[in-house]
Structures are given as structure tokens and as C-alpha cells.
Design a protein around this ligand. Structure first.
Ligand code: ADP
Ligand SMILES: O=C(O)C[C@@H](O)[C@H](O)C(=O)COP(=O)(O)O
Length: 338
């Protein structure tokens, strides 16, 4: 059953809006960040990682964002160009704002932390003038990443893009993407997350992220109650992730589909969400059944938590299918299915 009706006359599959950043992941990991001395530089930023993931899977991807006018702004723009991602709407900050830097601490396979340098950040300078209706008209889907709502003028730019997407028959995907940094308080989180969530066709988030969204609506909801609420506002698919416990997609016909993680040798505990989102959305673009979309998402997520990078290690469709094939050969056809 097709829960999402994409307008396939549009030339772009997905435009993502939000931060592009630079990740510095330690090469000498499994130690404290204070002790790591060597790092590998990658493109980063959750919506940017998702964009790379979808491009690697063969989708036509665009991006709306602001980056610094320096070598790191060049680096991320060049990386996008090399991946075939449209950069016509990635703008440079002209007042010295800097791109976000993310230093990750990989203490063990299961313990990681993320140190974000976001003072005077470029991505939150995205402004309503950067939001071009003619560009948004071109895409089947717009993905809004929650951190874009954390401060003005990016907040108003994201809300303008949302309005133009609704006006132009563009599917709206809200990746809640909570990062504590930048938000003033939890009231603002709930106000702005819930505005976007109530307008979205697809929402992806962890339980914690939905709790933050629903703080000013109703607290303590179950996953089912959360899904039913956003379905009542017009959302078609609500995906609620529970880390290594797996995830469930709730569709607006009252059905739900759950998937478990694929067994994998963990390298780090982050990066899974971006792999998950890109592959899940790829499945929707391909018209797959929800459970098959979830399987793709779970597999890609597993590949990413087993990898050092969160962008550069995004799989191609061939690699993703090969990973699933091998997992099923080793663990059985129903390995990730509940
Ligand atoms: N230890 C793990 N092994 C395999 N897959 C994992 C593991 N941890 C997370 N994942 C996968 O990554 C997905 C997203 O992880 P989660 O922590 O929920 O999101 P995020 O990475 O955005 O914080 C999970 O739903 C799961 O499929
Ligand atoms: O989102 C960021 O700014 C940092 C990411 O680039 C980083 O790779 C990461 O934390 C991935 O997050 P996740 O996929 O949500 O675990």
C-alpha cells in the first residue's frame, strides 16, 4: 500500500534543509577525547549525511543550507558536488560565521559522545531570502532537520520552506534530530518541533525526541499514542526509534511495522540514525512495502555503526543489498524482522 504519494513529475527526489558540518572522528579511538591525537575529517551534519546516503543510493538530491566562506565550506561543497548532490542553494556566510565542527569521542563500541563547536555557526544563518520557491517546486520531498529550528534566522527559513512545500505538493519529512546545543529551553523545542511535526507527512525520531516534541502537548505518551496523535494531524508515517532495541513505523491506517537491528561488529554507537533515514526513505521512493523500507534502514544503520565515518561510509544500493543478503545467509531470512 502506498502511504506516500510522490509527484514523480518533479526532477529532484529530495531536498534536505539544515546543517552541513565537519566531523572529526578519532583514528586512535577507544580512548578519551583528551587522549586522542589523530582525527579523520569527514563531511558531517545529520541532514548532510542523509543527503549523501540517498545520493549513494541513486537518488537525485539537493540541499538548502549555509556554510562558512573558508576551506571547510569548500570541502563540504566539493564533497557534495562529487557525490552528485546539487549545491546551487548552499550559500556562503559573509560575516565570518564558521561551519559546525563535531569532535567525536569513541570510548568503546557502545560508548560515544559528540563535542560540537557551534559558536557563531554558519548553518543557523540560513535566512528566508535563501528559500526559493522555484527550487522547492522542483522536489518530490523536503527533509527538515530539527536543529535548523533551534535559532533565528534559520528557524524562519525552515518554516518558510515548510509552507512552500505544503503549497507546492511536496512531501514533508521531519527528521527531529535533537542536539542539545543551541536550544535555549525545552519550551522552544516543543513549540517549534510540534509546529513542523504537525505539518509533516513523515516523522522520524527517537522516543526522547518525540517526548521533547510533545512536552507542551501531552507528556508520557506511548509510542502508539504519539503516532495516533500525529496521524490525526495528517502525518502518514511515524517512525519511532529505540536505538539498539530497534524501531517501529506506524502508518495512518492503524498498522505498525517493527524491525530489529542487524547483528554487526560495532565500531561506534552514532551514525546509525542517518544511515537509517536515508535507506528507509530510499525504500519509500522505490515504492517498497513499509517493512522492506525498515529493513533497508536497519541494515544501513548497522553498516554505519560498524564504520568510522557517517557520510563517507554510506552504502551504495549494491553494497546495502549485499550486506542484507549475507546477514540473511548467516542468521536466517527473518534476522531483523519481528
Ligand atoms: N548496536 C547496534 N547494532 C546494530 N544497529 C544499531 C545499533 N545501534 C543502533 N543501531 C541502528 O541504528 C538505528 C538508529 O539508532 P538510534 O540511536 O535510534 O538513532 P540515532 O543514531 O539517530 O541516535 C537503530 O534504529 C538501529 O537500527
Ligand atoms: O549531526 C551532526 O552534526 C553530527 C553527525 O555528523 C555525526 O556523524 C553524528 O552524530 C551522526 O548522528 P546520528 O546518525 O544521529 O547518530
Amino acid at each position: 500500500m502506498g502511504y506516500i504519494e510522490f509527484d514523480n513529475t518533479k526532477e529532484i527526489d529530495l531536498i534536505a534543509l539544515g546543517r552541513v558540518a565537519v566531523d572529526f572522528n578519532p583514528v586512535d579511538y577507544y580512548k578519551k577525547l583528551t587522549e586522542s591525537t589523530t582525527f579523520k575529517k569527514y563531511l558531517g551534519g545529520s541532514p548532510a549525511n542523509i543527503s549523501v546516503g540517498l545520493a549513494r543510493l541513486g537518488k537525485k538530491v539537493g540541499f538548502i543550507g549555509r556554510v562558512s566562506d573558508d576551506q571547510f565550506g569548500d570541502f563540504v561543497t566539493d564533497f557534495f558536488n562529487n557525490e552528485g548532490i546539487d549545491t546551487s542553494h548552499i550559500f556562503r556566510c559573509k560575516n565570518g560565521e564558521k561551519i559546525g565542527l563535531t569532535f567525536t569521542e569513541i570510548l568503546s563500541e557502545t560508548e560515544s559522545s559528540i563535542l560540537m563547536y557551534r559558536n557563531g555557526i554558519a548553518d543557523l544563518q540560513l535566512s528566508v531570502e535563501d528559500i526559493d520557491e522555484d527550487y522547492i517546486k522542483k522536489t518530490k520531498a523536503l527533509l527538515i532537520s530539527g536543529t535548523a529550528l533551534s535559532a533565528s534566522p534559520s528557524r524562519e527559513a525552515a518554516l518558510k520552506a515548510l509552507a512552500l512545500a505544503k503549497k507546492n505538493n511536496v512531501v514533508v519529512i521531519f527528521d527531529i534530530d535533537y542536539r542539545p546545543y543551541t536550544w535555549k529551553n525545552t519550551d522552544e523545542i516543543s513549540i517549534y518541533y510540534s509546529i513542523v511535526a504537525k505539518e509533516s507527512d513523515i516523522i522520524l525520531g527517537s522516543r526522547e525526541e518525540f517526548d521533547l516534541t510533545e512536552k507542551l502537548i501531552e507528556e508520557g505518551r506511548t509510542d502508539k499514542q504519539t503516532a495516533e496523535y500525529f496521524h490525526s494531524k495528517g502525518c502518514k508515517i511515524v517512525v519511532i526509534k529505540h536505538g539498539k532495541e530497534g524501531s517501529t513505523a506506524y502508518t495512518n491506517d492503524g498498522n505498525s511495522y517493527s524491525i530489529k537491528p542487524f547483528p554487526v561488529k560495532l565500531l561506534k554507537s552514532f551514525g546509525g540514525g542517518d544511515g537509517y533515514a536515508s535507506a528507509f526513505l530510499y525504500g519509500l521512493f522505490e515504492g517498497m512495502e513499509i517493512i522492506d523500507c525498515l529493513e533497508l534502514g536497519s541494515a544501513s544503520a548497522a553498516m554505519l555503526v560498524a564504520s568510522h565515518a557517517c557520510s563517507q561510509d554510506m552504502p551504495t544500493a549494491e553494497q546495502l543489498m549485499e550486506f542484507i543478503k549475507k546477514a540473511k545467509e548467516e542468521y536466517g531470512e527473518m534476522i531483523a524482522r519481528i
